[in-house]
Design a protein around this ligand. Structure first.
Ligand code: B12
Length: 364
């Protein structure tokens, strides 16, 4: 039993949220002073630290709602490993966590501070147990690459170099039918992008390289997909697919959208960060058979859950199925917190799940 034993009631949660901007502002101020005295963040710009504080609070808010130990432990470990790999000093964390506690006690009521601080003490107890060497070995690129095909290895190198033309040359003649496209998407682009993420996390590539690799993958998907677009036979229902609000990761949702369309669905693909109110209006006017929501960052899950709850209250959308998937789902110990009809992790194929549901609906 980890953080599940702690509980923050609704009033405390409200108070926490209402003053979280002030909390971040004070944290930025005090940690800038601390960094000026002790250089805690290496060669990183101060904005990287400010960004971390913002993400940290979003993460804590989602933990207070989801109360999921697995996710909590994994993200604490991820943050410690990735910021240290990218030049933060270990002592940053041992200054920052007590600093959060100090400010929380300063600006919140005794009750709210009393409910929130156990989570921070839990972080302080996890940090010394994190074995950075072990994680480094587990995430060793050459170890991962040794099990890869030549195609995966070559594409990874081309993406690191940032050469779109080479990426097209490499993959163009490997894709001659729809099945090949699916295999390239799931079996090459996805693992290579995960590895690009690990390389960024370890500070081996820059953020600009990660952006360029992603944009090449998006252009590559369009290039490969357009070979088959003319052949699409719209035999199934309407599928609306969007990344959650504040979710900037769009490649996964895009991949699934392409493959659904090739499988006969009439797909509306919205991409990253669609505002929920306007998406809601579209659901009302279009009444799709299925809504797909993609969530990569765990801190976007609570809002996605709220959105689903709102949809569930609307009788006019009662026939619409809701499917949730994305990288964040893999961090969860239990998918039951997401009130969707289908919650798909990386190992399930959403195309088959959607088809199964469609066939059942029409008793094929
Ligand atoms: C590219 C990238 C970005 C780009 C995204 C640009 C774009 N146009 O999409 C940018 C730079 C914006 C970005 C930003 C951030 N990122 Co980023 N990013 C990545 C990276 C490297 C690749 C993402 C990707 O394309 N994956 C490939 C696709 C195909 O995989 P997928 O998304 O999992 O999708 C598959 C399934 O999940 C599923 N699926 C997806 N959607 C759906 C939907 C439905 C309905 C269903 C059924 C299935 C399904 O199907 C897909 C195919 O199998 C990942 C690494 C990773 N492991 O994914 C990090 C990663 C996700 N990012 C990470 C982080 C930390 C961030 C930032 C917080 C960084 C920062 N400090 O600013 C921000 C958060 C921004 C935000 N608010 O969303 C971390 C998350 C760590 C964690 N433990 O959760 C990762 C894992 C990197 C890492 N190893 O550290 N990122």
């Amino acid at each position: 039993m980890g953080i599940e034993k702690y509980y923050i009631d609704e009033d405390s949660l409200k108070e926490f949220n209402s003053k979280s901007d002030q909390l971040i502002e004070l944290m930025n101020k005090y940690m800038t002073d601390a960094n000026n005295r002790k250089n805690l963040i290496g060669n990183n710009s101060i904005d990287v630290m400010y960004d971390n504080h913002k993400h940290h609070i979003n993460f804590m808010k989602s933990i207070f709602v989801l109360r999921d130990s697995k996710m909590f432990n994994e993200i604490v470990e991820w943050a410690y490993f990735s910021y240290i790999s990218r030049g933060f000093d270990q002592s940053y964390f041992y200054v920052a966590i007590p600093m959060w506690i100090k400010i929380i006690k300063e600006i919140y009521s005794e009750k709210t501070a009393g409910e929130v601080t156990p989570y921070y003490n839990e972080i302080l107890s996890i940090l010394p147990r994190i074995d950075l060497e072990k994680i480094n070995t587990e995430k060793d690129h050459s170890k991962i690459e040794s099990s890869w095909s030549k195609l995966q290895k070559d594409l990874y190198q081309i993406l690191i170099k940032g050469d779109f033309r080479l990426a097209v040359n490499l993959t163009d003649n490997v894709v001659s039918d729809k099945e090949d496209l699916k295999n390239i998407y799931y079996g090459v682009l996805r693992p290579v992008m995960y590895e690009i993420g690990l390389s960024w996390e370890k500070g081996l590539i820059t953020t600009a390289q990660e952006h360029l690799a992603t944009s090449i993958v998006i252009r590559l998907m369009t290039t490969l997909y357009m070979k088959f677009f003319e052949l699409v036979d719209y035999t199934k229902g309407k599928f609306i697919m969007s990344a959650a609000q504040n979710e900037f990761h769009e490649v996964g949702a895009r991949m699934i959208s392409d493959l659904l369309e090739l499988d006969g669905w009439d797909v509306e693909y919205y991409g990253a960060n669609t505002p929920v109110d306007s998406l809601y209006d579209r659901l009302i006017s279009e009444k799709p058979d299925i809504l797909g929501i993609s969530v990569a960052m765990p801190f976007n899950l609570p809002n996605a859950i709220e959105f689903i709850k709102k949809i569930r209250e609307d009788d006019s959308l009662k026939d619409m199925k809701i499917m949730v998937g994305g990288y964040a789902v893999s961090n969860l110990s239990s998918r039951e917190v997401i009130p969707a009809d289908i919650v798909a992790g990386g190992n399930e194929d959403p195309i088959l799940l959607a088809e199964e549901w469609w066939n059942k609906k029409w008793k094929f």
